[in-house]
Design a protein. Structure first.
Length: 251
């Protein structure tokens, strides 16, 4: 019987197995938690009853990470001169633009929220932006930050829905987010939500790192177990090697 399998060492082997299995189980649990956090951030709110925008966020508040895609209602006044077109957006496989117009929100202290009214194949084909009072139901989304540069800051075409770009087109302060109209406006097609509702790279990051730590711990425990088993077997291997050596005569 190999020395490492002697009954007196069974307790050590059992402890090692328990530690490795526990570390792997905890690692998987942390990775599951990481994935759950990411899925929760992009939850499907399509059937959720809209709530007032100001119940979700204040004019000076950071974007609430657990409200991505939440349907909100807002009223206010359209700011048509702030209309912009977001390039690189698809609809049914066709490349085009989002038409976005800000709404100065009632009760928002003069702050505005950009609302994507819908998709258009080109700015020239988009209908004129609305004017006057606004009553909108929209999916609430965080502004984007792909670091795409705007080659021409003098026009109304933007590469992304980024606050730093949008604020150049309005006099109002902006909410830290934007809306996508639940129903496209007349003359526009629906803006597809799956182009924005993506979890942040930092969502659930702590759980992901904890998971990696547990796997590293499990690997270290397995390595120590292997080394210990090798050390137990080493004396017998040395004895066997010594027994195989020829005996030399001294006479």
């Amino acid at each position: 019987m190999p020395v490492a399998l002697h009954p007196r060492y069974w307790g050590g082997h059992l402890l090692a197995l328990v530690l490795v299995a526990l570390a792997c189980r905890l690692g998987l649990w942390q990775l599951d938690s990481w994935q759950a956090h990411r899925e929760a951030e992009v939850a499907d709110f399509s059937d959720v009853t809209p709530v007032p925008l100001l119940d979700v966020i204040g004019p000076d508040d950071p974007f609430p990470g657990d409200k991505v895609g939440r349907p909100v209602e807002l009223s206010g006044t359209w700011v048509p001169e702030g209309t912009v077109y977001i390039e690189g957006r698809e609809h049914d496989g066709e490349d085009g633009y989002w038409a976005a117009t800000p709404v100065e929100v009632d009760g928002g202290g003069g702050s505005a929220l950009y609302v994507v009214r819908g998709w258009t194949p080109s700015p020239a084909e988009a209908p004129a932006p609305p004017v006057g009072p606004a009553e909108v139901t929209a999916y609430f989304e965080p502004t984007e930050g792909t670091n795409a540069s705007d080659p021409d800051r003098t026009d109304d075409v933007l590469p992304q829905v980024r606050t730093a770009d949008l604020v150049q087109h309005v006099d109002q302060d902006l909410f830290s987010g934007f809306g996508i109209a639940r129903e496209p406006f007349a003359g526009l097609e629906e803006a597809e939500l799956d182009q924005v509702s993506q979890a942040s790279a930092f969502t659930g990051l702590k759980n992901f790192l904890y998971g990696i730590e547990w796997f590293v711990f499990g690997g270290f425990a397995a390595f120590i177990w292997w080394r210990w088993s090798r050390e137990l077997a080493a004396p017998r291997e040395r004895d066997e090697d010594a027994a195989d050596e020829p005996v030399t005569s001294t006479s």
